[in-house]
Design a protein around this ligand. Structure first.
Ligand SMILES: N[C@@H](CCC(=O)N[C@@H](CS)C(=O)NCC(=O)O)C(=O)O
Length: 393
């Protein structure tokens, strides 16, 4: 049994749709085009006689209109989604207050902005401009009530996501997503089809593949001290702490011969893997990482052959990064606010080495004949600190 939401893209139906999605409710979206004036056609007027969207059909068939009523109905239907703060709490009362404010003080003026000619026979544009001003004034009332980042919720929000995947393709290494050189892309040419093993060598892990990616972001509105002392409140109040933590596995790369051993003139020959652990002792603790690859496990292919290493057969070092932000919000006047922002990228200055590549990170190929074969020679950015002052008015 599913809900049906009637609305248009980019219309006020978004609030109902956001609530349905947040509640995890099953729903169907029925498009009613404002551009084609479909909201005033008999088919939709039978659903909402006032010719306005959103309208929501409940699974039992009842039609609900008026955004505030729709939102409250959905909050009732899905208590576990906690669309509203706890019952009888101050925050619940505040939520009702802002819902009524949007429905009563702001939404009616939207009609004047959208259709001023419905209200006056002349000077419709002047009326539209005035109505816009009113909306702005009223939205500013809400803005000024926001302490820190939240209007209703306090404290802490956190988002985490994890992906585990493996992307494979048949374009030659370092073609990225542009395709092989042969088809106008940026990558090298494929290994010719008539050479033994050619198809297998150009099939493998995609250049952009990261098998595991874990990202957590958080925002903490640090509670202001409960005191009447203006100085203490001014200094210790209105701080926000935010951050993004990323941990991901490395990018795939391919070991090339670095010479035209096959004499095809294409310069896409692979090195020859001759057995043993392809990775070195991993001694990256003290730069340079002399032994990311075990050079003794590779050699040049025999003359006239293309080597035996498949696309993306090896994986470079993973990445760990923690960005942080510490913000202090300063209320100057009703209208003017300032924010002092301290941003710390790679806060703990973790050394994130890049793959030991011959041609930079956009060219995930390592040349066996290079003098630095197997050695990591570069890293991502060290810690960077940025301090800024933002003024909002
Ligand atoms: N009171 C209604 C107002 C809805 C409303 O104004 N919707 C606009 C779209 S954002 C609409 O349907 N306008 C079409 C029209 O007035 O012809 C509510 O709160 O849902």
């Amino acid at each position: 049994m599913s809900f049906t939401l009637y609305g248009d893209l980019g219309s006020g139906a978004f609030s109902a749709e956001a609530a349905l999605a947040e509640a995890g409710a099953p729903y169907r979206f029925e498009l009613v085009s404002l551009d084609k004036n479909e909201q005033k056609q008999p088919a939709f007027l039978a659903i909402n006689p006032s010719g306005k969207m959103p309208a929501l059909r409940l699974p039992e068939g009842e039609i609900i209109t008026e955004s505030a009523a729709i939102l409250l109905t959905l909050a009732d239907h899905f208590p576990q989604a906690r669309l509203l703060p706890p019952q009888a709490s101050n925050d619940r009362a505040k939520a009702y207050r802002w819902l009524a404010f949007m429905a009563g003080e702001i939404y009616p003026i939207v009609e004047i902005v959208d259709y001023p000619e419905r209200f006056v026979a002349v000077e419709a544009e002047a009326l539209r401009a005035k109505a816009r001003e009113r909306i702005r004034e009223r939205i500013l009332i809400i803005e000024r009530m926001i302490e820190g980042t939240f209007l209703l919720a306090h404290g802490f929000s956190i988002l985490a996501n994890y992906t585990w995947q493996h992307s494979l393709d048949t374009v030659p290494p370092s073609s990225g997503t542009t395709g092989a050189g042969a088809t106008g892309g940026a990558g090298p040419l494929p290994i010719p089809w008539y050479l033994p093993g050619s198809t297998q060598l150009d099939y493998g892990t995609s250049d952009f593949n990261r098998t595991q990616v874990f990202v957590v972001s958080y925002l903490w509105d640090i509670p202001s001290p409960h005191t009447t002392n203006k100085f203490v409140k001014g200094v210790l109040g209105n701080w926000e702490l935010s951050g993004i933590v990323t941990k991901e596995t490395g990018l795939a790369y391919t070991v090339f011969a670095g010479k035209d051993v096959s004499q095809t003139g294409l310069n896409v020959d692979r090195a020859q893997y001759i057995g043993g652990n392809p990775y070195g002792g991993n001694s990256c603790k003290s730069a340079p990482c002399v032994s990311w690859m075990n050079t003794a496990a590779f050699t040049q292919p025999a003359a006239g052959t293309v080597g035996n290493i498949g696309k993306g057969a090896f994986t470079g070092p993973g990445l760990f990064n923690w960005d942080m932000g510490l913000f202090k919000n300063i209320l100057i006047t009703e209208r003017w606010r300032a924010q002092l922002r301290g941003e710390f990228f790679n806060t703990f200055n973790h050394a994130n080495f890049t793959s030991p590549l011959s041609g930079g990170s956009n060219y995930p190929v390592l040349s066996q004949s290079s003098s630095t074969f197997g050695t990591i020679t570069s890293a991502n950015d060290p810690r960077i600190i940025q301090i800024a002052l933002k003024v909002v008015f």
